[in-house]
Each structure stands twice: as structure tokens, then as C-alpha cells.
Ligand binder design. Sequence first.
Ligand SMILES: CC(C)(COP(=O)([O-])OP(=O)([O-])OC[C@H]1O[C@@H](n2cnc3c(N)ncnc32)[C@H](O)[C@@H]1OP(=O)([O-])[O-])[C@@H](O)C(=O)NCCC(=O)NCCSC(=O)C[C@@](C)(O)CC(=O)[O-]
Length: 296
Amino acid sequence: MKLPKQVTIIEVGPRDGLQNEQNFVPTEVKAAFIRKLKAAGIKEMELTSFVSPKWVPQMRDAYDIVENCLTEDSRDIVLAPNRKGVERVYETGCRAIAVFVGVSSGFNRKNINKSTEEALEETLPLVKEMKERNYFVRACISTAFHCPYEGKVDPYETLAICKAFRDAGVDELSVADTIGQANPLEAFSLFSLLKRELPDVLMTAHFHDTRKMALPNILASMQAGVTRFDASAGGLGGCPFAPGATGNVATEDVVYMLDSMGISTGIDLEKLTGAIREVSSHISRKIESGYYNLSL
Ligand SMILES: CC(C)(COP(=O)([O-])OP(=O)([O-])OC[C@H]1O[C@@H](n2cnc3c(N)ncnc32)[C@H](O)[C@@H]1OP(=O)([O-])[O-])[C@@H](O)C(=O)NCCC(=O)NCCSC(=O)C[C@@](C)(O)CC(=O)[O-]
């Protein structure tokens, strides 16, 4: 089996994990969660998003989160959906921005009120502008496998969108199974194609665990050469505009699997579960990750 010696986890819990929570999680709790995740060894993390607070009220404290949580020793990323969001980020000290576009128009219309074409028209020039200003730019490509509104997505459509972002100059692509419907063969096949066609960009896989396929999909993606995975502490998360998008793969389950296979992540599992405990009483749904529940 082809396996890496080392894997990078990009923690998305404070953003993807919390954006779907019904109750507002107090800013100081989010900040303590982020600090504990960093203390556990997380070096790349999505902190929050500068989206419309009318659409995602949970993220309305984005400025305060950035103000309180930026540190020199980690790549702190924030999401922005449009020019207004990017300009809000320019007012902060944050140096890494993630843009997001789905492959399918059906999803984009629900998530950002635009078709795929309209979203690319706005986002690609923004990527070039951010690169001219020396930002680290990540592009999150949603519905790369399946769309909740349009069904199976053609891998060559996903490739075309990934190529457009690579050509615009992004540093990283985070390619997402938004509704957790992909299987390991699809994961291996798409990531083999993307790694072969786009070898010059950081390639990250983002799996949701809706059908408990995320760990097998990570294993299959490693076979295709992927060594970077998004994950969310406690398995929190999901996109509010993608029905069926329950939690992301739990960071602790990924770290446990990799640790036990001798693959290093640099993350301390005990400190990671401490970070989850920090936020767990503010979460309206039960935390279902296997490793976390055994640790209680
Ligand atoms: C894109 C829009 C804004 C379009 O929403 P819209 O309603 O079409 O936009 P608009 O331009 O008409 O603006 C409406 C109002 O929002 C304001 N506004 C407009 N933009 C911003 C902004 N950036 N920050 C703050 N405020 C903003 C704007 O100023 C205006 O305010 P008003 O005049 O009514 O008072 C909206 O659809 C939106 O915010 N969508 C974000 C949805 C979201 O956050 N989804 C989750 C993230 S994606 C995801 O989770 C998937 C991922 C990445 O994890 C990977 C995967 O698993 O697939």
C-alpha cells in the first residue's frame, strides 16, 4: 500500500464546524477552542468566515475572532464569498484567504446566490488581486463529487474548475465531498486525476462523514498521493445550504487512524480532545466521533 510518512491536517472546526450551529457560540468560547486546537499542534486552520451575517449569523463575530486569534506560528485562514468579504479581510491582519465555489450551479445558487459561471466571474479576478497583494489563497471546491440538487458531478467538470483556480494563481485547492456521498473508488479516481493534471498546487481533500465513508475515502486519497486533509474537531459541521451535509470527518478519528498506522500529523490527541470539551456544551447536537466518545 502506498502511504505517506507524514500528513497535514487543516482544521476547519471553528469555521465549517460551527457555521451550522443553531445557537450562537460565544466569541470567547470560539477563541478558547481555537487556542486549544493550536496548543494541540494544529498549524493550519480555518478560523471563521467573512460571509453575510444575514446568511450565516454564527459567523457574525469574524472580526473579533481574527483580532483575538491570529498567531505567527500557524496559517490562519478565513473564508470570503465575494468582494465585500475580501475587502473586510483586507482590514484585518489575516494573510490567508479561502474563496469557495461549487462545481454545480444548483448548489451555488443556494449557497452564494449565483450560478457557477457568475461565481467564477467574480472570484477568479479576486484571486489574482489577492496574489498580487501576497496573500496565501486557498480555493474550496464544493460538490466536487455529488451535488444535493443535481446528483453525480462529472470529474472533468471538477477538473476544469480546479484548473481555472490554478491558472488564477491559488496556492491550495481544497476539493470537497460536500454531502459525504463519495466512495473510495471515486475518491481514488478523482484525486489521481487532479494530482496528475495539477501537480504544482497544494492538493487537499475535504470529506464529510455523512455515510461513514470519510476514513475509507482518506485512505483511498492517500493511495492517490494526497497528504493534506481538512478535518473538524468533534466531527462538527456541514454546510447550512447543502441538505444532508452533516459533520466533517472528525480530526481525532483521522489522527487516531494515522497515528496507529505510523503516519505522523504532529497533533496531540489528548490535547485535541481537551479542545473539543471546551466547546462541546455549546453544541446542540451529540458529538459522535468514535475517539472522542471513548475518551470521556
Ligand atoms: C455571497 C452572499 C453574500 C450573497 O448573498 P446576496 O443576498 O445575494 O448578497 P447581496 O450582495 O445582495 O448582499 C445582501 C446583504 O449582505 C451584505 N453582504 C454581502 N456580502 C457580505 C459579506 N461578505 N460580508 C458581510 N455582509 C455582506 C450586503 O451588504 C447586503 O446587506 P444589506 O444591504 O441587506 O444590509 C451570501 O450568499 C453569503 O454570505 N453566502 C455564504 C454562505 C456560506 O457561508 N456557506 C457556507 C460556506 S461554504 C461551505 O461550507 C462548503 C465548504 C467550503 O466547507 C466545502 C464543502 O464541504 O463543500
